[in-house]
Design a protein around this ligand. Structure first.
Ligand code: S0N
Length: 273
């Protein structure tokens, strides 16, 4: 059992946001509903992920669910209205789609730590995380056609890229449950460990990632996502390159010359092969 000390970063209603050194842990905290998410859960996750993104001392983020029974069972069917899920503001929305995109573009590794059910929109959240470490009690699947919903974005098209078209169609059409071992064999997840070891193993992966070059990890994530995210993915990869270029003398020369009202001297910079 992992005994690392966690500090609360901010108090929320439906999630727990804590950190231990450079590792952030975001936990969906609705275990009585198998960690089904509402618009409030998602708004809170959007804020917490944004805080993690902006905090340069955080290097890796874990997304998980409270308790041993579920990572998440997807959208809370009890608050599903017409046109989306309804929060206290009475607006029906599918803000989980914004969260999926944020997890894709956040330039730090995001690890899904899965105990129990990873189902519906919860499974899609796990899918869009960069890596998944699962406990041996984890179960994976989609319920869409069973409950009158579907995710025609990352949930299906990206799943097909990850586990193959035949398997992805089986998952969405048949709505079977898959064990952690089966999910591993389908390349849906990265590793399966005994339930008691899942946090220790996840933290081991986090510690290892923290020894790596953050810029190299950032570009690798952006490059792999650019291949599947089209122009939006290219925008992220391109933005990362611009960020890096702004730190060079060549980039600074353009800025300084403009501000000093002189011609830039780009000739002094090497033209690498
Ligand atoms: C997860 C399952 C398999 C667990 O079964 P188990 O262990 O037997 O527990 P239960 O007794 O069934 O559950 C315990 C209590 O938790 C409640 N509960 C569980 N899941 C949900 C849920 N998703 N919403 C609301 N409540 C839930 C149970 O009702 C029970 O409560 P009590 O104790 O009061 O009886 C099993 O629970 C299960 O199959 N759950 C439903 C899974 C599901 O169908 N999820 C929704 C799938 N759809 C989405 O997630 C849509 C995602 C989305 O937002 C989206 C994204 C992109 C585009 C479109 C959409 C879209 O919504 O359409």
């Amino acid at each position: 059992m992992e005994t690392r000390k966690w500090q609360r970063v901010k108090e929320y209603q439906e999630i727990i946001f804590e950190r231990s050194g450079k590792i952030a842990k975001l936990t969906i905290n609705r275990p009585e509903r198998r960690n089904a998410f509402t618009p409030v859960t998602i708004s809170e996750l959007l804020e917490a992920f944004t805080l993690c993104r902006d905090d340069s001392s955080i290097g890796v983020i874990i997304l998980t669910g409270a308790g041993d029974k579920a990572f998440s069972s997807g959208g809370d069917q009890g608050v599903r209205g017409n046109g989306g899920y309804v929060g206290p503001d009475k607006i029906a929305r599918l803000n989980v789609l914004d969260l999926q995109r944020l997890i894709r573009i956040i330039p730090k590794p995001v690890i899904a730590m899965v105990r129990g059910w990873s189902v519906g929109g919860g499974n899609v959240l796990q899918l869009v995380c960069d890596l998944t470490i699962a406990a041996d009690n984890a179960k994976f699947g989609q319920t869409g056609p069973k409950v009158g919903s579907f995710d025609a974005g990352y949930g299906s098209a990206y799943l097909a890229r990850v586990i193959g078209h035949k398997r992805a169609k089986e998952v969405w059409f048949m709505n079977h449950w898959y064990t952690a071992k089966e999910a591993f064999e389908m390349n849906w997840i990265n590793k399966v460990v005994p339930l008691a070891d899942v946090e220790t193993e996840t933290l081991k992966w986090c510690d290892e990632l923290l020894t790596k070059s953050p810029t190299a990890l950032r570009f690798l994530k952006a490059a792999m996502n650019a291949d599947t995210d089209g122009l939006a993915g290219l925008q992220q990869l391109g933005g990362d390159a611009t960020m890096l270029f702004y730190t060079t003398d060549e980039g600074k020369e353009g800025r300084d010359a403009f501000n000093e009202k002189r011609k830039p001297d780009f000739d002094k910079f090497p033209k690498f092969p």
